[in-house]
Design a protein around this ligand. Structure first.
Ligand code: AMP
Length: 191
């Protein structure tokens, strides 16, 4: 059985950072929808141009586009021992589509691991990250607040969605990076 993890949490919670460690330890394919969108933007593809118009404001990219892209990424990596989904799903429609898609491939989500942190701490982290990364959506507090609003409105309901499947695990996302990796690894070991 493949191990398929969803990393869940607000912008800046550390999903990408933790995914980088977990993919090595567990030999999983890391799929970050935000990274795939940013790669499309830098290559100036039509997908990138479409995504940019939403991302620059801190709005979610429409479900149909995002779901199609995610499925293509999974299809291109069929041989992987499993996947880390980072930044996907972000809406109930995406979560339902992911369940159906994985089922069609005789796979399922093993666990959804939420990195929890307070919005004020995250805002400070994102503004700091924006200085280095140059990401426009990390450099403006209004855009950051909008991303939290999108999260609270559209993504937060997925906690109940995965709890209903007994797949939701919460982790304190504040602390040393290596400590947080240990907290997540303890959950994966117990699966
Ligand atoms: P991230 O790198 O995960 O912070 O994502 C950056 C931006 O990409 C988000 O603010 C959205 O505009 C877009 N994005 C990434 N993943 C998704 C998704 N699953 N659904 C919709 N939009 C997404």
């Amino acid at each position: 059985m493949k191990t398929n993890l969803v990393l869940f949490g607000k912008p800046g919670a550390g999903k990408g950072t933790q995914a980088a460690f977990l993919k090595e330890t567990y030999q999983l394919k890391h799929i970050s929808t935000g990274d795939v969108f940013r790669a499309n933007i830098s290559q100036n593809t039509s997908l990138g141009q479409l995504a940019k118009s939403y991302m620059d404001k801190g709005d979610l990219v429409p479900d149909s586009v995002t779901i199609q892209m995610l499925e293509a990424e999974v299809n291109e990596n069929q041989a992987a021992a499993g996947f880390i989904f980072d930044g996907f799903p972000r809406t109930t429609a995406q979560a339902e589509a992911l369940d159906a898609f994985l089922k069609s491939k005789s796979m399922e989500i093993s666990a959804t691991i939420a990195l929890e942190a307070d919005e004020d701490v995250l805002t400070a982290r994102l503004l700091e990250r924006g200085k280095e990364s140059g990401r426009p959506d990390d450099q403006d507090e209004t855009k950051i607040r909008n991303r939290f609003q999108e999260y609270n409105l559209k993504t937060a309901p997925l906690e109940a969605f995965y709890k209903a499947q007994n797949k939701f695990y919460a982790v304190n996302g504040i602390g040393e990076i290596s400590e947080i990796t240990k907290r997540i690894s303890a959950i994966i070991s117990g699966l």
